[in-house]
Design a protein around this ligand. Structure first.
Ligand SMILES: Nc1ncnc2c1ncn2[C@@H]1O[C@H](COP(=O)(O)OP(=O)(O)OP(=O)(O)O)[C@@H](O)[C@H]1O
Ligand SMILES: [Mg+2]
Length: 332
């Protein structure tokens, strides 16, 4: 089967919710399934994936690539103690201070995508800066980590919303009407504030079929997977249901739940001892959850099925209803 998703991003907006632990654990679980994996620490403000991997002093980092000390990105991939996993260690916020254009970012992302591995996993930092959102949106596989804490729910929704609106502004970068309307979604509450993608679409219907079908395509292909981390009891999984519901109502798109990771004290122990999790703890609760998620990620990476099938169905029926409402309005 052909590889359809090589590059996977792990985001979620909030700090300390387990993005890096998950990236590492997923990478190790995938490597156990015979895949060659490269992990990229794209947390350019607080790089620490190497620490979780047990590397105290990185021999080289992304900075060597950004500052042209090496020619190719693959020159900064280091071998790790886990067979089948290479690591690119993070650097300070060079991208942030360099303020790269979108085209420059795409050039870097293309090199990341072409790294010599079966799958490449990008560990993103916290927040919703354009750099983070562009790295996230460019990836074919997109995972949001969240917990059941109210602050995580708030941040993960904010992250998903920002990622979707960023994608809309990139897709319609030359369409000033759309850009103006997207700005209205960011306005402080007022009469002119646009509260949802549905409202945005209603405003856009005058723009014609082409715009609506581009919008529909965008919503169809905006696949995003949720992972609830630090789960202590079944009711913690409700957090994902809330995000599904809020995204459906306000963003006209429903993320899918990829799985959950149990709260596991073995993780904290591994972090403190600088032993990559789940090494030596392969049967612990979180290790088994990671294995299950890795199995799905692998199937998804090589699947030929339409990734936006479920989401697409919803978006199409919504747009269908909108279009018939619009044509009904024209007739009267
Ligand atoms: N499933 C879990 N069970 C128990 N503890 C966990 C679990 N996942 C993460 N942790 C704990 O949470 C801490 C933070 O995790 P991690 O560094 O991966 O967060 P992060 O989202 O990458 O944060 P940042 O945005 O600051 O990089 C870990 O050091 C670990 O102790
Ligand atoms: Mg991290």
């Amino acid at each position: 089967m052909e590889l359809s998703k090589k590059l996977w991003s792990i985001g979620g907006g909030k700090g300390g919710i387990g993005k890096s632990v998950f990236t590492l654990g997923l990478g190790i679980s995938l490597s156990r399934m015979g895949k060659k994996i490269i992990l990229v620490d794209a947390d350019l403000g607080g790089a620490n994936l190497h620490t979780l991997m047990g590397v105290r002093f990185p021999p080289c980092t992304l900075e060597d690539f950004f500052l042209n000390r090496v020619d190719r990105l693959e020159d900064v991939v280091i071998d790790t103690q886990v067979e089948g996993i290479g690591l690119i260690c993070g650097a300070d916020d060079i991208l942030g201070s360099a303020n790269p254009t979108y085209a420059q970012k795409v050039r870097i992302l293309k090199q990341i995508e072409n790294l010599p591995a079966d799958l490449v996993l990008l560990d993103l930092g916290a927040g919703t800066s354009y750099n983070i959102l562009d790295f996230f949106n460019y990836s074919q596989g997109r995972i949001c980590i969240m917990t059941n804490q109210a602050t995580s729910l708030q941040n993960v929704y904010g992250f998903i919303k920002s990622a979707l609106y960023r994608r809309i502004t990139r897709e319609f970068a030359k369409d000033h009407d759309v850009l103006g309307l997207v700005l209205q979604t960011e306005a402080t509450p007022s009469e002119s504030k646009i509260e949802s993608v549905k409202e945005l679409l209603l405003q856009l219907q005058e723009g014609g079929e082409d715009r609506l079908s581009r919008f529909s395509q965008l919503l169809k292909t905006f696949e995003l997977l949720l992972v609830v981390n630090m789960v202590k009891e079944d009711s913690d999984l409700q957090a994902a249901r809330i995000i599904e519901k809020v995204c459906g109502s306000f963003l006209s798109f429903v993320p899918q739940v990829l799985g959950h990771i149990s709260y596991d004290p073995g993780i904290e122990k591994a972090v403190n001892q600088m032993v990559p999790f789940p090494l030596n703890q392969e049967n612990s609760p979180a290790a088994l959850d990671l294995k299950e998620i890795a199995r799905i990620v692998l199937a998804n990476s090589y699947s030929q099925a339409d990734p936006g099938k479920e989401v697409g169905k919803k978006a199409t029926s919504f747009l269908g209803a909108l279009q018939s409402a619009a044509s009904g309005m024209k007739k009267t």
